[in-house]
Design a protein around this ligand. Structure first.
Ligand code: PLP
Length: 375
């Protein structure tokens, strides 16, 4: 069965036609390595510099604060390990939340095995981290606090500005995983007051395997990649020129229509919820009302989320249960556990993340399909 309705935009998105077109020249005709000295390198070098400027403008950063990576996972690993390794005695505290993506949580596990003290912040029922709880946990030796801007399963948006302020009062660094937020809600690094922010192109209709880490001017972290002098010596490896250009194009496209996109996706999610409520099904909407537009984590009483996913798949609709990276594992997601979804609902959780390629008919169809399966 072919997928007719794609409703898993938090897992990945299709490359936009504009991004695809913008990438073409750099794959064949202009294949020069930007680091070389002859004329073939000039155009790719300029293209990377221009993309850096365009991306920086989208998030209120300076071009030199944007560091290209192979995606969100690398950006998260680099932020955490890069900050931790500035402490040569391998000691000190790193604070994160219990609902982070595994790119952060598993990196913390690794740093914990090296000797750092890792503390996980609890979240409240809607998945929000409270600044007061963070403040109580901070110590004199806190190196870094890493709290995601928006959660990939329940969409909850964190009070990042407040959390960063508390962290800075304790003279520690603040990183946010912005992978689910960049391109979908307004993100201004100066307004948020963060020291580092991770992003990934494939979450906003850019290519896979391409992302960036914003590192505030004046912050020095250890490189993760060692080798050549690319990215001003901070991240070795020949630049993914086509990917970087595609990412800049895709992000600019989202930025231009951000307000419209947010209104449209909130409207679609409301339609879907409205139709589901009319069916009389017993379900909970997880996460905060302040969440990523179009993002719905729903827990159906007495249902089996994985069975629901497969039945929807047979009907031509793609949704998720936990996070994308966990989609093969039948374990209950750490996020659903952390927010304390009641026992008789938690196993019936599905994540529906709508995108600009969805319409009202899709929203109504998904609600109808769920009702047919569960009834
Ligand atoms: N962080 C969050 C919140 C994510 O949702 C994801 C991907 O699902 C990642 C990090 C990893 O990004 P990437 O797929 O670019 O490695």
């Amino acid at each position: 069965m072919q997928i007719r309705i794609y409703a898993d935009h938090a897992a990945t998105t299709a490359l936009s036609p504009a991004a695809y077109a913008a990438m073409q020249p750099w794959l064949q005709d202009e294949y020069g390595n930007p680091s070389t000295l002859y004329s073939l390198a000039r155009k790719p070098r300029k293209a990377v510099a221009s993309a850096r400027k365009r991306i920086a403008a989208c998030i209120g950063a300076k071009p030199e604060e944007i560091h290209f990576t192979s995606g969100g996972t690398e950006a998260d690993n680099w932020a955490l390990e890069g900050a931790a390794f500035c402490s040569p005695d391998r000691q000190g505290q790193i604070v994160t939340s219990s609902i982070e993506h595994h790119a952060v949580l598993h990196t913390c596990d690794f740093l914990g095995r090296l000797g750092y003290c890792i503390d996980l912040l609890p979240v409240n029922q809607d998945g929000t981290v409270a600044a007061s709880v963070l403040e109580e946990l901070l110590r004199e030796d806190t190196i870094l606090v890493s709290i995601m801007l928006a959660n990939n399963e329940i969409g909850t948006i964190q009070p990042i500005r407040e959390l960063a302020e508390v962290t800075h009062r304790h003279k520690s660094l603040f990183h946010t995983d912005g992978v689910q937020a960049v391109g979908h809600i307004p993100v201004d690094v100066k307004e948020l007051g963060v020291d580092m922010l991770s992003a990934s192109a494939h979450k906003f209709n850019g290519p896979k395997g391409c992302g960036f880490l914003y590192i505030r001017d004046g912050i020095a972290i250890e490189p993760l990649m060692h080798g050549g002098a690319q990215e001003h010596g901070s991240r070795a490896g020949t630049e993914n020129v086509a990917g970087i250009v595609g990412m800049a194009t895709a992000l600019e496209e989202h930025q231009k229509q951000l307000k419209h996109e947010m209104t449209y996706l909130c409207g679609l999610a409301d339609i879907l919820l409205g139709h589901l409520r009319e069916t009389g099904l017993d379900f909970l909407v997880n996460g905060s009302s302040n969440r990523i537009p179009g993002s719905l984590s729903l827990s159906f009483r007495g249902a089996d989320g994985e069975m629901l996913l497969h039945r929807l798949d047979l009907m031509g609709t793609a949704v998720a249960t936990g996070s994308a990276c966990d989609s093969k594992a039948a374990v209950l997601s750490h996020v659903i556990q952390a927010i304390g979804v009641p026992d008789d609902y938690k196993h019936g959780t599905v994540r529906i993340t709508l995108g600009m390629d969805n319409n009202e008919k899709d929203a109504r169809t998904i609600a109808g399909q769920i009702a047919r399966i569960l009834k």
